[in-house]
Ligand binder design. Structure first.
Ligand code: ME8
Length: 518
């Protein structure tokens, strides 16, 4: 058993009713960056994702496609698995809600809630949106052309059937007390304020089973009813997080529960910040530490949609721009928690300005000078000037600031800080003019090249969380061994050693050339 502190992080589990879209890719990339950052920082990390495969929505889509629901979800799950690989964002586990281990976890939670006296049989009559898999109050609906719609814009239908209920109303006060005692439970804060306001208006009991379709986890026979009930898909889906750890039954991974962060989009905060903690309180299980909410991404590039077709999926963007480029763009461009836009122009701007010009050029110029003038080895340090010490200190300070930003789930701030120092390092390099010292003061040239290379090392180590493949190549070029790349090795004590051999540098971030768009 590991003695390192544990850290568990999850994505939402996508509905298995369609191909992955850019919102799924964004959530996966961000969660992967948080997981990688913690891993580099010495944590024992469990990064989980999954597939939400039950429910009426999936059943109806499978019927339309003329296949069984299981065949249908198998195909979609394979597409999502490929997306995770393509994004270089592989999770440690993928919980599919049709798996046996998951069914057991859900029935376990159910029995615990039942034992608590929180489950009772009654009749549900009200409005249901199949697309949201959610119930809505009459007061929340709008009407257009005789049809009623949920606040999310999806159509609702009238449902009237026998149902098991969960006593959600009994948890309003306890939830409010939890939000109060743990102000960081829902982050960013404005999402918390929405949830607190919602709970303060009072909670109704929640219908947690359905009888009019069967694609779900079956509730075991109970003396009160002869009807066949399947679990409400959100009770089923939310439990995936605990399935991944086996906490309910014990076992080796149980140490990861409670999760540190559930990363989700803003449309499903109610389920994660109200229902899920209430279910867990009822089941007497510890609550996740944070619900980390991101905004929605929208495509705002006519040019992009013209040249790439109407549907721009994650794979097309990876093929067009490169995986690290895409990861960097989303994490740097979108203030985490806010909505964001992506367009061809915005992506190309980030690639060319930040990755190619600033980071790529700094590495390329300094490393190729080292290769030519220092026998392909780490240059000699010599005596440091104030300018040398200053840039090295700035690079050394980056990690702490990046860590604070990542602890607050603000990856754009972490990247802004790293790239602020990349820009400083470019100014240092340009100002010191090592090429001019080549003839007049070769020792000084070596010192400048040493300082630049060591600055790069310190900056690229945290960048591994965001642009893992490219950062790995930079570290290869700097001769940094595979065991010297975590944050414990980022400091001065592990600085580059004079005379250590370096491989020939390879360009990492080429400029994006417009003609390539044909
Ligand atoms: O909600 N931009 O699945 P899902 C950013 N199965 N994020 C987006 C987005 C967009 N345009 N569209 C969706 C579900 N998302 C449930 C989750 S968890 C126990 C069950 C996000 O496939 C969305 O907010 O509709 C959610 O976090 C994730 O993608 C999966 O959405």
């Amino acid at each position: 058993m590991s003695e390192r502190p544990t850290y568990m992080i999850s994505t939402a589990i996508p509905y298995a009713n369609g191909a992955p879209h850019i919102g799924h890719a964004y959530e996966r990339i961000a969660t992967d960056a948080f997981a990688r950052f913690k891993r580099l920082d010495g944590y024992d990390v469990l990064f989980v994702t999954g597939m939400d495969e039950h429910g009426q929505k999936v059943q109806r889509t499978a019927e339309k496609e003329g296949v069984t629901p299981q065949q249908f979800v198998d195909g979609i799950a394979a597409q999502f698995a490929r997306m995770g690989e393509a994004l270089n964002a592989r999770a440690d586990d993928i919980v599919r809600t049709t798996q046996e281990r998951h069914k057991e976890a859900v029935l376990d939670i159910w029995r615990r809630m039942e034992a608590r006296g929180d489950i009772y049989l009654s009749k549900y009559s009200g409005w249901y949106s199949v697309r949201d898999e959610a119930y809505y109050d009459e007061s929340e609906l709008t009407e257009r052309e005789g049809k009623k719609y949920a606040p999310t814009g999806t159509p609702v239908e009238w449902v009237e059937e026998e149902s098991w209920f969960f006593k959600l109303s009994a948890y309003a006060e306890k939830l409010l007390a939890h939000y109060e005692a743990h102000p960081e439970f829902i982050t960013p804060e404005h999402y918390k304020n929405e949830i607190v306001a919602f709970v303060k208006r009072g909670l109704s009991d929640l219908s947690v089973s359905r009888t009019t379709f069967d694609w779900g986890i079956k509730i075991p026979p109970r003396p009160q009813t002869t009807a066949n009930h399947v679990m409400y898909v959100w009770v089923d889906a939310l439990t995936n997080y605990i399935t991944a750890t086996g906490w309910l039954t014990g076992g080796e991974k149980a140490r990861y529960w409670p999760a540190d962060a559930h990363v989700i989009g803003k449309d499903i905060t109610r389920f994660h910040a109200i229902y899920w903690p209430a279910f867990l309180m009822s089941a007497e299980a510890p609550l996740p530490k944070q619900i980390v909410v991101h905004g929605f991404l929208f495509s705002r590039g006519e040019k992009m949609s013209k040249s790439l077709g109407n549907v721009v999926g994650p794979q097309e963007l990876i093929d067009r721009y490169g995986v690290d480029q895409l990861r960097y763009f989303f994490l740097r461009e979108v203030p985490f928690g806010n909505d964001g836009n992506y367009s061809h122009e915005a992506i190309v701007m980030r690639i060319n300005a930040d990755l190619a010009n600033d980071l790529g050029n700094l590495a390329q110029r300094s490393l190729s000078m080292i290769a030519k003038n220092c026998d392909g080895a780490v240059p000699k340090k010599g005596a440091f000037t104030d300018a040398d010490r200053d840039i090295l200190a700035q690079a050394a300070g980056v990690l702490e600031k990046a860590r604070a930003a990542m602890d607050a789930y603000q990856p754009h701030h972490a990247l802004a800080e790293i790239f602020r120092v990349v820009a400083e390092a470019n100014r240092y390099f340009a100002g010191e003019e090592p090429w001019a010292k080549k003839k007049t003061d070769p020792a000084r040239m070596e010192t400048i090249l040493y300082v630049t290379a060591e600055t790069l090392r310190r900056l690229v180590i945290p960048l591994q969380a965001f642009i893992p493949e490219a950062a790995g190549k930079f570290l290869d070029s700097l001769g940094v061994g595979p065991d010297e790349r975590d944050f414990a090795h980022a400091g001065e004590g592990n600085a580059l050693q004079e005379g250590a051999p370096l491989p020939p540098p390879a360009p990492v971030f080429p400029r994006f050339v417009e003609e390539e768009l044909s």
